[in-house]
Ligand binder design. Structure first.
Ligand SMILES: [Zn+2]
Length: 751
């Protein structure tokens, strides 16, 4: 398809201004006539979403706190359902019962060297009308922390990621028996208590340093968008890299009569009590610490000298939770497909929030609402999608992707057969289009982005993104036909679709020009969003246009527009990366051992500030990467053959795709992403089945590509690395076979 793409680009770039971009040019997976019809429907669709509606939906949905189990969460779900029905869609609420702990007791006090009692409260901001709804606000806490009552000296652990503990070792500071205080940032929050517990800590505080999202970044709320002194970040600390979803029903839907684990058998709770605090509460604790001065990179923006400890600050932390089961309400609408009803295009965003949640998640939720309204309007005008479209508004995302995971697990048999693509969004604001997802959709998503106008610059969102990529990453973005999309880790509702089911998935949203520090606080509300997020809701409209166009283009195509050429190119890069990682690890160990032997560490240290010499390590063996290279070759061969077959299908008389019976070819195409999974999952985490993408075991949200291989190298488990290389190599070969199967069906159908 390289040539065809070049033509498409040329057509687009050279087209006279009188021809709007969205009425010309071929579309992958469409015959020419159908492409023209499709573009007409899409243009009609994009004219419908209205910023005034987005604003009104957000105002209504964010009027009161709407966390899981709250009256307004249910009220919102029912209202969303009524809107879907008003738009003419067939919709229902699917309810699950999930474990959702809420605080019963929260106490934090410093007992030595001075007394200080933490406020643990976010005060009302006078100009912000919903910030005063204290009776309904969920207190600041970390969901799925265990109960605990601990008193111990504090140790400051920077971001609390594994390499911070290597630094602590060198400083001769242990966290054994201590309570650690970590700052938010640089990892998903759940990693901090996990790593702290692995090192022997007995409690964990996570605070928001003004360096990350407070006054160091800009004006604080309400004068600006950044976190005020007493603002704190709620959030889940469930061990989601093991599995997300209801902790009592891993792998199956949390339906009424599902078999549930006993609390004592749950493996995703933290091992130690953990609590988030504001910097208003953290500053007196940090100021009372002594011990080594924190290394430069560890210092935040508070007006104190940061010390590592341990102590003399000693704190008492007491946490107790109600371990209740609460209902969650997913709102699901379905538009049946006319030709391929058993191929599903799924679109979702969550509707629950920690408090009022205007930015997270309603800025994305309201776009799905306008997409639903627009699709409803097109249906009335006679449009019929070939494939089934399912629109989902999830509940319980914030606590651990509960609504989407339970829905995906409940419908897993159907979804493994019929799930073609899942498109997710979450927060949305002013800025650039951000897209991450399955690389089988990279080319397709580039095509969509070329047809959407950026509301402020009037460039296409693709062009704007390309310019930014050139400025940040250089010429590749100028020369490669398609912009690269990122890979998906975790952090929103695509996780179960991609990682558990192997459904090709995408996450999209605008952002980058509206920053802030109200994430998961009471100040993420309508007042904040309409001043600092996307005040005119024009990027909300752009998201509805982008995601809606993608949904329609996927649902209406004759042949599903996956592409395996960009996918293979991406896999090649990942293989290069893990090979380099192994080499670098080896070189590092060799060099460090040499330095230990020659006495370098002792020679360069200030004798008055002793540091521990790191221990010598065994030099790792060379790994055999041949299985990955063989898998890649199989992919390259079959991707080329598929492109050739598709080119022939579109050359041999335009209408070949329109005429042919393509059900078998499409069915095979849907299964290619599934071929990238292994039922046994990743080492030590069987729920995560995808072998190309996973959230990192020690990053939480951040992606690890080729995760089994990459993480075994990072963790220096060389034997496991060799085994996983062989396994993943075979997975790539399986994917090659799946592509070959689709190629044969396509060639047969258009003959
Ligand atoms: Zn969210």
């Amino acid at each position: 398809m390289r040539n065809a793409i070049a033509c498409l680009l040329c057509l687009y770039l050279c087209a006279p201004v009188a021809f709007p971009a969205d009425t010309i040019g071929p579309l992958r997976g469409y015959s020419n006539d159908s492409a023209k019809t499709e573009r007409d429907w899409e243009a009609k669709f994009r004219a419908i979403p209205d910023p005034a509606n987005l604003r009104a939906y957000m105002e209504r949905l964010s009027k009161r706190p709407h966390h899981v189990g709250s009256p307004y969460d249910k009220d919102n779900a029912e209202w969303l359902l009524s809107k879907f029905m008003e738009f003419g869609l067939d919709a229902k609420i699917e309810t699950f019962d999930v474990l959702f702990p809420t605080p019963k007791a929260r106490e934090l006090e410093m007992v030595e060297p001075t007394k200080f009692i933490a406020k643990l409260a976010e005060p009302t901001v006078a100009v912000d009308p919903t910030s005063s709804q204290h009776d309904e606000q969920l207190p600041v806490y970390n969901a799925y922390s265990i109960d605990g009552d601990v008193t111990a000296p504090l140790v400051y652990v920077n971001f609390g990621i594994p390499e911070d503990y290597e630094t602590l070792d060198r400083l001769g500071v242990s966290v054994k028996g201590a309570i650690v205080i970590a700052r938010y940032g640089n990892s998903w929050r759940g990693i901090k208590p996990k790593v702290a517990a692995e090192h022997g800590a007995i409690g964990c505080l996570i605070y928001s340093d003004p360096h990350e999202d407070g006054y160091f970044q800009g004006e604080v709320y309400p004068d600006g968008p950044f976190r005020p002194k007493d603002g704190a970040q709620r959030g889940s600390v469930m061990d989601m890299p093991i599995h997300p979803g209801d902790p009592l029903t891993p792998g199956v839907g949390a339906t009424k009569d599902a078999k549930r684990l006993a609390l004592k058998d749950v493996d995703v709770f933290t091992k130690i009590p953990v609590m988030p605090i504001s910097y208003g509460d953290a500053e007196p604790l940090l100021a009372a610490m002594k011990g080594p001065v924190a290394p430069p990179a560890w210092r935040g923006a508070l007006p104190i000298t940061y010390h590592v400890g341990p102590g003399p600050a000693k704190v008492h932390l007491k946490l107790q939770f109600n371990w209740d089961t609460k209902p969650i309400n997913d709102v699901v609408a379905r538009i049946p497909g006319s030709t391929y009803p058993d191929e599903w295009i799924i679109r979702g965003n969550h509707h629950d929030a920690w408090v009022n949640g205007a930015d997270d998640p309603l800025s994305g939720t309201v776009s799905v609402m306008e997409e639903a309204r627009a699709l409803g309007a097109l249906l009335k005008q006679g449009w019929r999608p070939k494939r089934t479209i399912i629109l989902c508004l999830w509940d319980g995302e914030e606590e651990g992707l509960l609504g989407s995971t339970e829905w995906a697990e409940t419908h897993q048999d159907e979804l493994r057969k019929y799930g073609a693509v899942y498109i997710n969004s979450d927060t949305n604001a002013r800025g650039y289009l951000g897209v991450e997802g399955s690389h089988t959709l990279e080319k397709f998503l580039n095509g969509v982005a070329r047809d959407i106008e950026d509301p402020e610059t009037k460039l296409t969102v693709w062009k704007r993104l390309q310019m930014r990529e050139i400025s940040m990453q250089g010429a590749e973005a100028r020369n490669r036909p398609d912009l690269r999309i990122g890979a998906l880790g975790s952090g929103s509702d695509y996780t179960a679709f991609l990682d558990f089911l192997g459904v090709a998935s995408v996450n999209m949203g605008f952002g980058g020009e509206s920053q802030g520090g109200v994430y998961h606080s009471v100040y993420d509300d309508f007042f904040w969003y309409t001043h600092f997020g996307d005040p005119n809701f024009v990027y909300g409209r752009a998201l509805a246009q982008t995601a809606g166009t993608a949904v329609m283009r996927l649902a209406d195509s004759e042949l599903l527009p996956y592409d395996f050429d960009n996918f293979t190119d991406t896999i090649r890069r990942y293989i290069d990366e893990v090979q380099k990682l192994a080499k670098d690890k080896r070189d590092q160990i060799v060099e460090r051992n040499k330095r230990i032997d020659e006495g370098l560490f002792t020679a360069i240290m200030d004798p008055r500030i002793p540091m521990t010499v790191p221990p010598k390590e065994t030099v790792p063996p060379f790994l055999n990467f041949a299985p990955l290279d063989n898998g890649l070759t199989a992919l390259q061969r079959t991707a080329e053959a598929y492109d050739k077959a598709l080119a022939q299908a579109t050359e041999n008389g335009d209408a070949a795709l329109a005429r042919a019976a393509l059900k078998e070819a499409n069915d095979k195409l849907v299964q290619v992403e599934r071929a990238l999974t292994l039922n046994e999952g990743l080492p030590n985490r069987p729920w995560f089945k995808h072998q190309i993408y996973a959230p990192g075991f020690y990053t939480g949200y951040g992606v690890k590509t080729l995760p089994a291989v990459r993480e075994s190298i990072e963790q220096k488990d060389w034997k496991l690395a060799d085994e996983e290389i062989a396994k993943v190599g075979k997975v790539l070969e399986n994917a090659g076979e799946a592509i070959q199967g689709a190629t044969s069906e396509l060639s047969r159908a258009v003959k």
